[in-house]
Design a protein around this ligand. Structure first.
Ligand code: PMP
Ligand code: GLU
Length: 397
């Protein structure tokens, strides 16, 4: 009998769809992939150059577990510059991507049975990471009418004596919604009143559009900062998903615990990627501006087009690179006699018959929706939405 805990974990559906779309493409199938959870851009040249220089300079050995000092200093500088957060190097742990940083965070915070409030829709890995660390995910649905954001009333209803952590993700994957300073303030007050911790996943912080602004909950006041683990990384901002660099910012006490855990599970994050991350965080930021402008253009096109397609609707995303589309009006309709009763049915028929990959909302705790990533070329997005429109046009009532 293998480990019950590990066997209860489902594989990441976002990675699975992405792998399937990439495989179909490599087989020569003309597929449009809206599944990607990664920027389609190349890592900027100056970052690649820093990695090559790091190899040549011999940064090819173990580093301190929590990351090289200059890397942690660069992260502190970034947190100050972008988030108005003052951290010391001893409060930073560099890890193998933000996913690993989240794993460290929950390993450090949770005792068996501790409850973690996870607002739904949520990124697919949160409940699984909590379970792997013996916690209990408490999934709290949010209202589309409130832009899928959790309110203090929702928190009050979900709160029990076992509640330990509130997980926040703003800008949000999959909805693209962003919490305002006032909303975060209310959540922070609730957390402080009940001695809760916050894990704040801010991986999409640089990808915010129009007048919207990212605010880190930890920046609201020193009390909430002391109870927050900020999670971030270079994957999304700098098109560095494969480099695997994420980090946490927390109290030194929590950083020490996370570093001890990481010392036995992974040691340091890749030394070369660490050095490249300094170039990413402190180098020229115009690459970010350029990528963001391209994302914004695609978002604008897609949101407008979706509104014209029969049976589809969405709330305009304010950040990240996903559009969360309500497909429930299509439920009960049929394609070639096959009924569509869920977003899973819709996604699999779409992949098979229209060669378009989307991620069904089930894994995000929102089965009426599909997630479309706009990390693909505008031309591809246009073609993909036309295929979706054509496919829906063929559905029987
Ligand atoms: N958090 C969210 C919300 C994400 O979408 C992702 C995407 N993979 C991650 C964390 C993990 O990022 P990384 O690739 O740095 O592990
Ligand atoms: N976070 C991305 C996504 O949601 C990448 C895949 C993953 O890490 O799950 O698609």
């Amino acid at each position: 009998m293998f480990a019950k805990k590990a066997q209860a974990i489902s594989p990441s559906p976002t990675l699975a769809i992405d792998a399937k779309a990439k495989q179909m493409k490599s087989e020569g199938i003309d597929i449009i992939g809206f599944g990607a959870g990664e920027p389609d851009f190349e890592t900027p040249e100056h970052i690649k150059a820093a990695a090559i220089a790091a190899i040549e300079a011999g940064f090819t050995r173990y580093t301190p577990v929590a990351g090289m000092l200059d890397v942690r200093a660069a992260i502190c500088e970034k947190l100050k510059r972008d988030n108005n957060l003052a951290y010391q190097e001893t409060e930073i742990v560099v890890s193998n991507g933000a996913k690993h940083a989240l794993t460290n965070a929950f390993a450090a915070l949770l005792n068996p049975g501790d409850e973690v409030i996870i607002p739904a829709p949520f990124w697919v890995s949160y409940p699984e990471i909590v379970k792997l660390n013996d916690g209990v995910p408490v999934i709290v649905p949010t209202a589309a009418a409130n832009d899928f954001k959790i309110t203090v009333e929702d928190l009050q209803n979900a709160f029990t004596e076992r509640t330990k952590v509130i997980l926040l993700n703003s800008p949000n994957n999959p909805t693209g919604q962003i919490y305002t300073r006032q909303e975060l303030q209310a959540i922070a007050d609730f957390a402080l009143q009940h001695n809760l911790y916050i894990v704040s996943d801010e991986i999409y912080e640089q990808l915010v559009y129009d007048q919207y602004q990212h605010v880190s909950i930890a920046a609201l006041n020193p009390e909430i900062k002391a109870r927050t683990i900020v999670v971030n990384g270079v994957s999304k901002t700098y098109a560095m998903t494969g480099w695997r660099i994420g980090f946490t910012a927390s109290t030194a006490e929590l950083a020490k615990i996370m570093s001890s855990v990481q010392s036995h599970t992974a040691s340091n994050a890749n030394s070369i990627a660490q050095k490249a991350s300094i170039a990413a965080l402190l180098g020229p930021q115009d690459c970010v501006v350029k990528m963001k402008a391209a994302f914004a253009k695609r978002r604008d096109y897609m949101v407008k087009k979706i509104a014209t397609i029969d049976g589809l609707s969405c709330i305009e995303p304010k950040g990240a690179f996903y559009i969360f589309v309500d497909v429930s009006k299509l439920f009960g309709r049929k394609f070639n006699g096959q009924a569509i009763n869920s977003s899973d049915d819709f996604a699999s028929l779409l992949l098979e018959h229209a060669q378009v990959a989307v991620v069904p909302g089930t894994g995000f705790g929102a089965p009426d929706y599909i997630r479309l990533s706009y990390a693909l070329a505008l031309e591809q997005a246009k073609e993909g939405l036309e295929r979706i429109e054509e496919f829906i046009g063929k559905l029987e009532n």
